[in-house]
Design a protein around this ligand. Structure first.
Ligand SMILES: C[C@@](CO)(OP(=O)(O)O)[C@H](O)COP(=O)(O)OP(=O)(O)OC[C@H]1O[C@@H](n2ccc(N)nc2=O)[C@H](O)[C@@H]1O
Ligand SMILES: Nc1ncnc2c1ncn2[C@@H]1O[C@H](COP(=O)(O)OP(=O)(O)O)[C@@H](O)[C@H]1O
Length: 282
């Protein structure tokens, strides 16, 4: 254990494609998805302490409970329980990603907590063991543990790392209209029609051939998503636009980082209430 502050980033998650194949008896849905990650996100830091505690700041920290419902604390408790850790940790979350927005902020934070405390407590568990702990807390958490381009099957927990030659380093813009959208209600609004499998191969090529089957139900619950997609599609240099996860955040990939930044600035000026962040896929 160290006395200094250490930190991990909860990288913003993007579903380049998301096919919903089947509603299951347990209420979940079998999906096929391609996960990619932006090179920015929430920042989680830790200092040595006797008890496990969480404080939250940052632009989206207000209103997010720092109690036992928070995925950071749930991940910390699960990790400590699995490895018999009785030491504390003072965790601080700088919440930079909008909450309930389809970019897995809570899942990314939980995964960051697993990676950070694995080091801080000197557990040295491997990625597979951290993923197993994450799976019990949320479908997206295993993908966020590695935070690299992956294919996800099952509820997204059956993972395969993909060769990412056609996406790594691509300029990306994320835009959220400021309306939180719960994952459960969007899956519940899916019409039940299986529109077919997601192709294999390079991630961007497969994504271009694919879909986000949650786009239609999400727009039915939150029509402004259609406006966000239209606002992204029009920009100079844009290569690909889609909604991420269950929404309402949408993303666009660009040929050049300058184009992504120009689009971010233009959208921020046109829609001051929206959140827009540009970077690269990691
Ligand atoms: C849709 C995706 C795509 O990556 O992302 P988000 O939009 O949440 O970021 C994920 O599958 C979400 O994963 P996650 O946000 O961890 O979901 P969970 O907390 O496990 O589940 C929340 C609720 O969503 C529904 N759910 C979730 C995953 C799934 N495959 N089928 C479902 O039906 C269930 O009703 C569940 O109670
Ligand atoms: N650290 C956290 N950050 C964000 N949301 C959290 C966190 N801990 C718990 N939650 C809960 O998880 C839900 C899903 O949040 P989030 O992961 O941001 O969205 P999504 O699943 O749409 O990507 C939120 O509604 C929130 O109540």
């Amino acid at each position: 254990m160290t006395g200094e502050t250490a930190a991990e980033t909860g990288w913003a998650k993007i579903n380049l494609a998301l096919h919903v194949r089947r509603r299951r008896a347990d209420g979940y849905h079998d999906i096929e998805t391609i996960f990619a990650f932006a090179d920015f996100g929430d920042i989680l830091s830790v200092r040595a302490a006797d008890d496990v505690t969480l404080t939250i700041g940052g632009p989206f920290g207000e209103g997010l409970p720092a109690d036992e419902s928070n995925l950071v604390l749930r991940a910390a408790r699960a990790l400590a329980g699995a490895y018999g850790i009785e030491t504390g940790a003072a965790l601080m979350l700088d919440k930079r990603l909008p909450v309930a927005s389809g970019i897995g902020g809570g899942s990314a934070d939980a995964a960051a907590a697993l990676r950070l405390l694995n080091r801080h407590w000197g557990i040295d568990a491997d990625e597979k063991a951290l993923c197993a702990i994450g799976t019990a807390l949320g479908a997206d958490i295993p993908a966020c543990v590695g935070s690299r381009t992956q294919r996800g099957d099952g509820v997204g927990e059956q993972l395969r790392v993909l060769a990412d030659d056609d996406v790594r380093g691509k300029a990306v813009l994320l835009v959220n209209p400021g309306t939180p959208l719960g994952t459960g209600p969007v899956f519940a609004a899916w019409d039940g029609a299986d529109r077919g499998a997601l192709a294999g191969g390079l991630p961007l090529a497969a994504a271009r051939d694919g879909r986000n089957d949650l786009e239609r139900p999400a727009i039915s619950l939150c029509p402004v998503i259609g406006t966000v997609i239209a606002a992204l599609e029009d920009r100079p240099g844009v290569a690909f636009t889609r909604m991420s996860g269950s929404g309402a955040t949408c993303f666009a990939l660009f040929e050049a980082e300058a184009d992504a930044e120009a689009a971010r600035a233009a959208i921020a000026a046109e829609h001051p209430g929206w959140w827009a962040a540009a970077g690269r896929l990691r």
